[in-house]
Design a protein around this ligand. Sequence first.
Ligand SMILES: O=C(O)CC[C@@H]1NC(=O)NC1=O
Ligand SMILES: [Fe+3]
Length: 396
Amino acid sequence: MATLSEGASGLGIIADGAVVMRDGVILYAGPRADMPSEFTSGAEVIDLGGRLVTPALIDCHTHIVFGGNRAKEFEMRLEGATYEDIARAGGGIVSSVTATRALSVDQLAEAALPRLDHLLAEGVSTVEVKSGYGLSIEAELNMLRAARKLATLRPVRIITSYLAAHATPADYKGRNGDYITEVVLPGLEMAHAEGLVDAVDGFCEGIAFSTAEIARVFDKAKALDLPVKLHAEQLSNLGGAKLAASYGALSADHLEYLDDDGAKAMAAAGTVAVLLPGAFYALNEKQKPPVTALREAGVPIAIATDCNPGTSPLTSLLLTMNMSATLFGLTVEECLVGATRQAARALGLLGSTGTLEVGKSADLAIWDAQTPAELVYRIGFNPLHARYFTGKRIDR
Ligand SMILES: O=C(O)CC[C@@H]1NC(=O)NC1=O
Ligand SMILES: [Fe+3]
């Protein structure tokens, strides 16, 4: 069993471990021999046959709610077009907007289910879902309503992020300021009033929003007492990570162009670095995130699929772990910690999930494997035996 608890060395490996859960909460996680006697009588004992047990996985950065697909742009990129070429030519995020606005809340939820099921089949129990393909008040709210609906359709914890500051829609082209004033900010207030928002996100990039424009959105989030996170330094360095850290952001995500200054600001603020190898791979990027600088600065590192129709049509957190190791140089331990404990931290959920510790939600993954390395080294193979979500067993 790997508890992933913060205080333990490494992954908190316990050779002959046991977990006691009641009413969906962990009451004990430790050596079977040391289990308090109060738990031995009357409990239902489930022998897992010596399989590896870890906390359930957490995908802390996804855009799984959207309409349509962008396979055509994939072909354009194979012919040499860059992501920025496509965005400036009216493709990219904006082209997913038309397909997304055309769907109802139920249709958006239905469209996301196959992507969600792929994640859950690999032992994921918590998924963060962003808006950002509606780019109008009603369409952004519909995306978040669909995200909330997913938690009623599957045994999963859904955490939502408001990402209207993802791109400027065609009718506001060249008028970012007006778009923020007339759509992003009033939409955030309405979404918050409807209980649809757990965090506020933005895309700080030359083809999206400046730090000053993102600051307007973050000021509103702060006024509503909502945590923030930011797509930062993906294609260039605008100082997005530093801005996010100045707002005490839960996370800054992508970070291929992060500099030492930004890493130090993140470390000081406790902002998690969420690395997204799927987008790096799909865009055939060359600039890798500064993992050594993040380690030296003491920035917690999480990893996620960034599942989205444009730059990361990836629905496998296991493959994300493999890519994080092979492409970004993370260790096996960093990959597993990045998809559990640090992913929980990036969502503000470390108090309730992400490790196997007393008082936390009984969210576990049971693997047909003996060592954590077996979860990271395989490419396209799923060794999940079963998972537990709030103490309820879900077989593959
Ligand atoms: O192209 C898309 O549909 C989303 C791209 C995704 N969003 C973002 O801010 N960066 C990304 O890679
Ligand atoms: Fe993203």
